[in-house]
Design a binder for this molecule. Structure first.
Ligand code: ZN
Length: 310
């Protein structure tokens, strides 16, 4: 099944980030680990109960990162699905919790409530008819009827959308389903969560600068290693894009490449998932390390600020 696997963004403060995504947005912390390439910093994963692909938003907390700037070559907005009837609840909740947000608008016929996280990361809730029947994490203070049902999708800001669109359609399993102003909508065939990629083409607009409050990369789903290898081959042969070798991320296996618009794309396998190193019931409670970092656990833990799971 195609679609978005996860989105990874940059935050300045791990404790504030954890509080916002679990307490305010009602997501589950599904994994507390470190950045495998930079083990002195956390890597926090939020999602639904099990961390289903299409529900996973992850963060690198980099305390000294400068504030990012939205612009071409970056993902502009990450959106979540909620029941249509939940939009009013969330607008009220954002007022109550002091969350920066905009008035409700409509895009592609659906209500959209745009808001920002404490680092200025651009987010939105999209009211999706019928999504009330989908499962959601029930361990937060957000009532089930209003809770987030995984990703709706992402909006990418591009100078020229054509080549990005070709890769999404030809390699990643998306089909163009509509156009509204400058925005082309592509939808992953058959996917429920994380099915939407909107391409906003703004030729000549300021280039984005990655930093705190920016999306770092977007990961798309591969069903298996074989499918991922096929995608890798196609990227090289048809598009002259060389993806990295496969990297073992413990919870999935990934390759990375920069798409023609400048955004970092990852292709991650659905397997093995987040229950590979701790039981489903207690996901996110303990600091988990990959095997190659276990010998350095004491040293790594000493450098990380303690985080309290709510
Ligand atoms: Zn990733």
């Amino acid at each position: 099944m195609p679609g978005i696997h996860h989105v990874t963004a940059i935050t300045g403060n791990a404790a504030r980030n954890l509080d916002f995504y679990t307490r305010v947005l009602g997501l589950r912390l599904i994994k507390k680990t470190v950045n495998f390439d930079d083990p002195g910093t956390y890597h926090l994963y939020f999602g639904d109960e099990a961390g289903t692909p299409g529900s996973i938003l992850t963060f690198f907390p980099w305390a000294h990162a400068a504030r990012g700037r939205n612009g071409v070559g970056l993902a502009q907005t990450t959106t979540f699905r909620v029941p249509e009837s939940a939009i009013a609840y969330w607008a009220g909740r954002f007022v109550e919790k002091g969350v920066a947000h905009e008035a409700v608008s409509r895009r592609f016929g659906q209500p959209v409530l745009a808001f920002s996280d404490p680092d200025g990361l651009s987010l939105a809730l999209v009211g999706v008819a019928g999504s009330e029947a989908e499962t959601a994490w029930q361990g937060s203070e957000v009532p089930l009827e209003h809770a987030i049902r995984g990703f709706h999708g992402v909006t990418l800001l591009l100078d020229d959308a054509k080549k990005t669109e070709a890769i999404l359609a030809d390699v990643l399993g998306f089909t163009k389903t509509g156009q509204e102003g400058l925005v082309s909508r592509l939808v992953a065939d058959g996917a429920l969560h994380g099915a939407v990629v909107d391409l906003r083409e703004v030729g000549g607009f300021l280039e984005g600068r990655m930093g705190r409050g920016s999306v770092h990369h977007i990961a798309f789903r591969a069903e298996s290693d074989a499918e991922q290898a096929d995608m890798r081959r196609k990227l090289a042969e048809v598009y002259r894009l060389q993806a990295t070798e496969q990297m073992d991320r413990n919870y999935f296996r990934s390759i990375y490449f920069r798409e023609p618009g400048g955004i970092i794309f990852e292709i991650a396998t659905d397997q093995p998932g987040f229950s590979v190193d701790e039981p489903l019931e207690s996901l996110g409670q303990d600091l988990k390390l990959p095997e190659f970092l276990e010998p350095r656990r004491a040293q790594i833990e000493a450098r990380l600020e303690p985080l309290e799971v709510v």
